[in-house]
Ligand binder design. Structure first.
Ligand SMILES: *Cc1c(COP(=O)(O)O)cnc(C)c1O
Length: 386
């Protein structure tokens, strides 16, 4: 078995020498010539039936070789048989929720979640009944029509961790979806702990350079097939250009995460000692729920830090207006450092009670640490904190 960094560089590129290329060929065709009608018909049926590939791609909504190549590479990083890619992380979550409806309408959800995921589930707009529970109540709340358990770890934006194995045990035969965006496949592989669906907003670390919106779900082949069938019917595709950019980001994923994590460890430590900071939430400081899972479930504390500015909303808003090097923007997992205010931006669709109960206060800021020199980052933050 190859080691992770080698897989990151070579996955989805195994056939390059044979093909006589050194970069992934990008196939932008929307349709494919069919000379042999019998073979074309068989390919059509196979792809609509959820098969990963066929002799002829037929039509780009059914299959695209560039997207399939990127999917194979990401599956290799998560250690799953398959990966299915979509036009965004939210399209990915929607697809899994829709695919699970064949098994029931009830979904158990653990908060906190990415703001829009929370909104999607709480609103019922997918035709599902989402019940928000604490992890320890999952076993008791399971019903015959429970189709899925949804968790996110590390959770957004408090960075609380959820014990994946414990949730999988409590869920019994109900599949568990883990949104593992914050961890990346570098720090955590939920499928190894029994998760059936591993979701990433590939817009974040996998792409890594702030120039592609994408989402992926990694799973077993038997779970991927219905997702592909549904994707061919609903059309929530990833464009091959986006897939190309996503694949391009993968070789440096481990390097980016390791460097950003080293920066984050240092910044978290310094923030904790800063007089303008009331609290720092970082798995590496032991200041989040289930921090002891760092070292077991997660092989490192990650690259995101949340902290509470002393002075609440006004202090947080002032800080966002004062940073010069960091980008004051939502999103995360880019090579540059981003800072944002969850209550005012990403989590503003949540009602106040939910924000309060999940620790999203008016003074909370979330920092997605990039790969810059940590001294420059600290100078910027320290100056903005005043
Ligand atoms: C960004 C994000 C999403 C949504 O992904 P998009 O690509 O923006 O649709 C879902 N979950 C988490 C944890 C995210 O950070």
């Amino acid at each position: 078995m190859r080691r992770f960094q080698t897989t990151a560089v070579h996955a989805g590129r195994e056939d390059f020498t044979e093909l006589g290329v050194h970069a992934p060929p990008m196939d932008l065709s929307t349709t494919y010539p069919v000379r042999d009608l019998a073979e074309g018909g068989e390919s059509f049926s196979a792809l609509v039936g959820g098969q990963a590939e066929a002799a002829n791609p037929i039509y780009a909504r059914l299959h695209n070789p560039t997207v399939a190549r990127t999917e194979r590479a990401i599956a290799a990083l998560e250690g799953t048989q398959a990966c299915v890619a979509y036009g965004s992380g939210m399209a990915t979550l929607t697809a899994v929720l829709m695919a699970r409806q064949a098994h029931g309408r009830h979904v158990l959800v653990v908060r906190p979640l990415y703001g829009t995921s929370d909104h999607l589930l709480a609103s019922g707009m997918c035709g599902l009944e989402a019940e928000f529970v604490h992890p320890e109540d999952i076993a008791a709340r399971r019903r015959d029509d429970t189709a899925l358990v949804v968790i996110e770890t590390p959770g957004n934006p408090t960075l609380d961790l959820v014990d994946i194995r414990a949730v999988v045990d409590a869920a019994g035969d109900v599949p568990v979806l883990v949104d593992s965006t914050f961890a990346t496949p570098v720090l955590q592989n939920p499928a190894n702990l029994g998760a059936r669906y591993v979701l990433h907003s590939a817009t974040k670390f996998l792409g890594g350079h702030g120039d592609v919106i994408a989402g992926v779900v990694c799973c077993a082949e038997e779970d991927a097939a219905p997702l592909r069938t549904m994707r061919a019917a609903t059309g929530a595709l990833l464009h091959p250009m986006a897939a190309f950019l996503l694949h391009r980001g993968l070789p440096t994923l481990p390097l980016r995460v390791e460097r950003a994590q080293a920066n984050a460890k240092e910044l978290a430590r310094r923030l904790q000692g800063h007089p303008a900071v009331a609290a720092v939430y970082y798995p590496g400081l032991g200041t989040v729920r289930n921090a002891e899972l760092v070292g077991t479930q997660m092989c490192g504390p990650g690259t995101l830090i949340s902290f509470e500015a002393r002075g609440g909303h006004d202090a947080a808003a002032a800080l966002m207006s004062k940073v010069k090097l960091m980008t004051p923007a939502v999103s995360l997992g880019s090579v540059d450092t981003l800072i944002q205010h969850p209550a005012g931006l990403t989590h503003r669709m949540l009602d106040e009670a939910t924000r309060k109960s999940t620790g999203i206060t008016e003074g909370l800021l979330r920092l997605s640490v990039g790969i810059e020199d940590v001294e420059d980052l600290w100078e910027d933050l320290d100056a903005a904190l005043g």
